[in-house]
Design a protein around this ligand. Structure first.
Ligand code: BV8
Ligand code: ZN
Length: 251
């Protein structure tokens, strides 16, 4: 039975007056779709150490292991669908005059739920690029002879995601920073706020005067700094927010 989620009068007022809204999403938003998070118990990383798999050095050391870990995750993602959290976020995009979803997730579930105004800070697991020439390649044949498959230039293909120690896509990060600086209302949803520079965005928004709301099943690094912490599942909390907006004429 979902716990009763109540919004403070300040948050209700902000929801009705805000024109510019930003949502930062993390693995917790996809948890209710059945995708394990990175750092929760049983999370993806628990089985492996991040430095073992999600770094360029790891790929150079053992391209087959890293490619197969991503192939396992891709297969898992193919079998799951967006949950009420993704659907609520896609709905919020239509309600607020200026809205941006900044996701750290690479699972494509936001797009599947209909989100359009989004930036992917850490790339997308469904895209591949060449480890050598960086060319994006979507036409690799899954049953190709070599693992990982080869780019026409002879280099190995790798998932087009941002690994530790790699720079984030410049335009995505810039868009996310600019929107965070202008936001009146900033939501941090389902993220442990441990990974930088994504985790700096709530602070950027707060310093620039935004009302910062965190939605998480537990406390995180940023909980002491946010204006409102809604403890609960994203898939139960975000629909309460959308219901409130609809009840107050925000279509
Ligand atoms: C970089 C993609 C420049 C691949 C990922 C300071 C400044 C700059 C960099 C650093 C710095 N300090 C350290 C660094 C380096 C590093 C970093 O931040 N390390 C951390 C661990 C300390 N950052 C980088 O390397 C970044 N690059 O900065 O380049 C540079 C270059 C060279 C040298 C230095 C700097 C690149 C970071 C991107 C790494 N790529 N993934 C892939 O997915 O395989 S990170 C990975 O973590 C995922 O992308 C994930 O999205 C991200 C964050 O994790 P979360 O999404 O928050 O997930 P997590 O499991 O942690 O938390 C889930 C949360 O949900 C929990 O709080 C839980 O309570 C909650 N939850 C669970 N269920 C629910 C829920 N909430 C609501 N509802 C539920 N149902
Ligand atoms: Zn190549």
């Amino acid at each position: 039975m979902p716990n009763r989620i109540s919004l403070s009068p300040t948050l209700e007022e902000k929801l009705l007056s805000a024109k510019k809204v930003v949502i930062l999403s993390g693995a917790g938003v996809s948890a209710e779709s059945g995708i394990s998070t990175f750092r929760d118990k049983g999370g993806l990383w628990e089985k492996f150490k991040p430095e073992d798999l999600a770094t360029p050095a790891a790929f150079q050391r053992n391209p087959k292991l890293v490619w197969e870990w991503y192939a396992y995750r891709r297969k898992k993602i193919q079998s799951v669908k967006p949950n009420p959290a993704h659907v609520a976020i896609a709905r919020m995009e239509k309600i607020f005059p200026e809205f941006l979803l900044v996701t750290q997730n690479v699972d494509n579930l936001h797009q599947k739920a209909g989100s359009k105004k989004l930036v992917e800070l850490h790339g997308n697991i469904n895209r591949n690029k060449c480890f050598s020439c960086e060319k994006i390649s979507s036409n690799f044949k899954p049953d190709s002879k070599t693992v990982p498959p080869l780019c026409p230039c002879g280099g190995y293909l790798r998932p087009d995601v941002v690994w530790f120690g790699e720079l984030l896509p410049e335009n995505a990060l810039e868009l996310a920073q600019r929107a965070s600086l202008e936001a009146e209302l900033f939501f941090s949803v389902g993220t442990s706020a441990l990974v930088y520079p994504a985790a700096s965005l709530p602070f950027l928004a707060k310093e620039a005067g935004a009302f910062v709301v965190e939605i998480n099943t537990g406390e995180t690094e940023i909980s002491p700094a946010v204006d409102e912490l809604l403890l609960g599942k994203a898939g139960e909390t975000l629909p309460v927010i959308v219901e409130f907006l609809k009840r107050n004429g925000k279509k």
